[in-house]
Design a protein around this ligand. Structure first.
Ligand code: FAD
Length: 419
């Protein structure tokens, strides 16, 4: 059976749902395949702190109201380093006022619902990509097996790979991959009855080379999560839960664990494998983790998948059909992806090799504790609303320098505590 579509999307998760829905709403005929069998097949390992940079796309999809109705937490965070707390009291653009914390078992079915509501989308679940069809040097189709093992083929003007971490599609196409060194492991668990001193605001602690996160979640849950350097794994291995809970004891404004009960098994990844690929390869468009899998510590994967798929639909949707126009539109998508995400990817991977904060990072932390404007700009950068060159502008650098001179003169006195 061969079918012709305008677009084929492999993957029906964050990137695939966003790309397919936004392209289908432009009147394009879209085929979506995913090897998962249904809503119960959600992504198992993800701490799902969705950064605020994704809010415009979440709104555009019509997902915001559904997330709110499902109890997703509108997230924001405060950060602790040895210099004190960094919080953002600056003005909030409603467009990017917050991100979302929501478990994947809640998010992933909502994404499938969005796809199912689009009349222009044909969705096949239990359908695994097995091959790519090449036509004149460009990939213009796929082969896939359904749940019964029957093989199908489909062709389209554009094939989108949104098939996640380790993308089977990228492997089939031989897309070059730049691997990134990551020298931390991650473990986390959800808990009931673990209130945060900050209420619904997430907390982050940088402790030497390690990091701890406490996130409020849907259903009144709190997640404890630690990213710890590989050399400590032996000490964690015998009792990972005790090690996780112990990590947070004694931290400033630590979560109250006295009445807390585990609400999940211990989750995580012993070895993190980060990488980056080109966003366009021989006519294929790559979105989300298929294109780039950054250190999960940065909490950017879902946000970047939403955003990249949105850019793809914006750039390529209107041009689909005309071969030359599609190639040019794909190039615009590639450039946009690079312009907005390459700098973030650089800074994230630079910090993922298990090193302690470098001089610039320490100077930024000191300044952000002391200077509310630096804190505000840092939060926008970490929320991925602004790019590195917007954050490290001459104006911000001058403020960072001034605050560090004042810090040196005060001999390292902490500036303010978390209210
Ligand atoms: C430990 C950990 C913590 C994380 N925490 C965060 C966080 O706090 N915040 C955040 O934003 N991100 C986080 N991430 C990253 C986030 O999970 C991903 O970036 C995000 O899921 C990417 O979405 P995606 O749509 O690209 O891929 P996925 O969500 O992985 O979806 C890929 C889809 O492709 C399908 N698929 C795969 N192969 C095939 C095939 N051969 N045929 C058909 N279908 C196929 C899969 O079934 C799946 O549905 C974390 C990741 C890890 C590992």
């Amino acid at each position: 059976m061969t079918n012709q579509f305008d677009v084929i999307v492999v993957g029906a998760s964050v990137g695939g749902a966003t790309a397919s829905v936004l392209l289908a709403r432009q009147g394009l005929k879209v085929l979506v395949i995913d090897r998962k069998r249904g809503a119960e097949d959600y992504k198992r390992v993800c701490t799902t702190f969705i950064q605020r940079s994704a809010l415009p796309t979440i709104r555009k999809l019509g997902l915001k109201d559904r997330l709110d109705a499902a109890g997703a937490v509108q997230n924001n965070a405060v950060f602790w380093t040895e210099y004190g707390w960094i919080k953002d009291d600056g003005p909030r653009d409603p467009e990017t006022a917050h991100g979302y914390s929501v478990r994947r078992q809640v998010l992933d079915p909502l994404l499938l619902d969005l796809i199912a509501a689009e009349p222009n989308i044909t969705l096949h679940l239990g359908a695994s990509l097995t091959g790519l069809i090449e036509d004149g040097g460009l990939y213009r189709g796929i082969e896939w097996d359904d749940a019964s093992g029957a093989t199908h083929a489909a062709r389209a003007s554009l094939v989108v790979l949104a098939d996640g971490r380790n993308s089977p599609g990228a492997k089939l196409a031989g897309v070059p991959t730049r691997n990134r060194d990551n020298q931390r492991f991650v473990y986390y668990s959800y808990y009931t009855d673990m209130p945060l001193k900050t209420g619904k605001v997430a907390q982050f602690w940088q402790v030497g080379r390690d990091m701890g996160f406490a996130y409020p979640f849907d259903d009144g849950l709190t997640m404890l999560c630690s990213f710890v350097t590989q050399d400590q794994h032996e000490a964690w291995a015998p009792d990972r839960r005790a090690a996780l809970e112990g990590f947070f004891k004694g931290l400033p404004e630590a979560p109250d664990q006295s009445a807390a009960q585990p609400a999940s098994e211990m989750l995580g990844m012993r070895k993190l494998n980060d990488y980056a690929r080109p966003a366009v390869w021989k006519g294929l468009a790559l979105v989300g983790d298929a294109c780039m899998s950054c250190d999960p510590m940065s909490g950017v994967g879902c946000g970047f998948a939403f955003q990249a798929a949105d850019w793809l639909a914006e750039e390529v949707g209107p041009a689909l059909g005309a071969r030359g126009a599609t190639v040019a539109a794909l190039e615009r998508y590639r450039r946009k992806h690079r312009k907005f995400l390459a700098g973030h990817e650089y800074f994230i991977q630079d910090a993922s090799n298990g090193r302690a904060p470098n001089l610039l990072e320490r100077m930024i932390s000191r300044a952000a504790v002391a200077d509310a404007e630096v804190a505000h700009r840092l939060h926008l950068f970490i929320g991925r609303v602004t790019r590195w060159n917007e954050f490290l502008s001459p104006g911000t650098l001058a403020r960072i320098l001034r605050a560090n001179i004042a810090y040196a003169m005060k001999k390292g006195e902490a500036f303010h505590a978390l209210p």
